[in-house]
Design a protein around this ligand. Structure first.
Ligand code: AMP
Ligand code: ZN
Length: 306
């Protein structure tokens, strides 16, 4: 196999781009692809202070490396959900990369913040860990970004993640969710801008980038991810991609082109959420938002020694 770019020996085939490529050319190609996405979608500028949410996995860790190489001003934030030994190992990798890149790193420990780790919180609230995890992450990402004056929160969601979510929302015709799904969620009253520079990058590419660049990252996945319903959808999409390379990328690109159609459904929903949480300002139809309700309850129980 010949590299289409340098004509040397290629070892990587990217069917969705109809491209055969060698490792060295892949790194350059991939970095350019990410930079092009940032510029084309106007995600952020070089003079912005950016905060990257790090799970410790190949996506967010690789993205930290790329954005640093592209001279963006980007610090890291990790939320430790309290998965014991797994969390300890993950934190070590994140700290290692932060030293290599010489970037600031914030680590938030859930148990220290609210008195419960994720498993305990799930037991206490009788809610599934995955929904709580999402809630907690959204909350602390925004809180730290606001407090520390960052203009954007970056996440490592890749094309496989995002196309799967999109497919899920289409299958259920979740119009308001479709109106909210975007790689660039502009800042709103009390919310920092949220961006996803890996939106057009296949998981295969983000994995290759992390491996070839020898980036330290955690190979362990979340202990709850095996139960995730999204896994079947991801598999189904995988089969479609195998028979029609590029279908995922087109699905996402064409959606984004027509996304304006769905935005009013989101806005209608926002209008219904006329109230703001009295504690954190999150849009809610009650006095106190879902997370603050949990936080208040846990604080009360701690103070009463239950
Ligand atoms: P996931 O929902 O686990 O697929 O993660 C999607 C993105 O959310 C990752 O690429 C990270 O940017 C961010 N993320 C996930 N877990 C954490 C965490 N524990 N702390 C901070 N950011 C996270
Ligand atoms: Zn709240």
């Amino acid at each position: 196999m010949k590299c289409h770019i340098c004509k040397g020996k290629g070892s990587i085939e990217l069917k969705h781009h109809n491209l055969k490529i060698c490792e060295e050319c892949f790194l350059i190609f991939f970095k350019k692809k990410v930079e092009k996405t940032i510029k084309k979608l106007k995600l952020f500028e070089r003079d912005e202070r950016l905060l990257l949410a790090l799970s410790g996995g190949k996506d967010s860790m690789g993205l930290w490396h790329i954005l640093s190489e592209l001279n963006y001003n980007v610090d890291g934030l990790h939320i430790d959900m309290g998965f014991g030994e797994l969390s300890v190992k993950t934190k070590e990798k994140i700290e290692e990369l932060s030293k290599i890149l010489n970037k600031k790193l914030y680590i938030i420990n859930l148990k220290e913040e609210i008195g419960y780790d994720l498993k305990e919180l799930s037991k206490f609230t009788k809610r599934v860990p995955c929904s709580l995890c999402g809630l907690v992450k959204r909350y602390f990402m925004n809180e730290i970004a606001l407090k520390e004056n960052y203009s954007a929160i970056i996440t490592g969601h890749n094309l496989d993640d995002e196309a799967t979510t999109l497919l899920k929302n289409v299958l259920r015709w979740e119009l308001a969710y479709l109106g909210r799904q975007t790689p660039l969620l502009e800042k709103m009253d009390g919310f920092v801008k949220k961006v996803k520079p890996y939106i057009f990058c296949y998981e295969k590419e983000t994995l290759l980038y992390a491996i070839i660049s020898k980036i330290p990252y955690s190979k362990d996945s979340c202990p709850y991810s095996l139960n995730s319903k999204n896994k079947n959808l991801k598999m189904a999409f995988h089969i479609l991609e195998h028979t029609s390379p590029g279908i995922k990328l087109n699905f996402m690109k064409l959606f984004l082109k027509n996304r304006d159609f769905f935005v009013p459904f989101r806005e209608r929903e926002l209008k219904d959420l006329v109230k703001r949480c009295i504690y954190c300002g999150y849009p809610t139809d009650r006095e106190i938002c879902a997370l603050c309700t949990i936080l208040e309850r846990s604080k009360n129980e701690i103070s009463t020694g239950k």
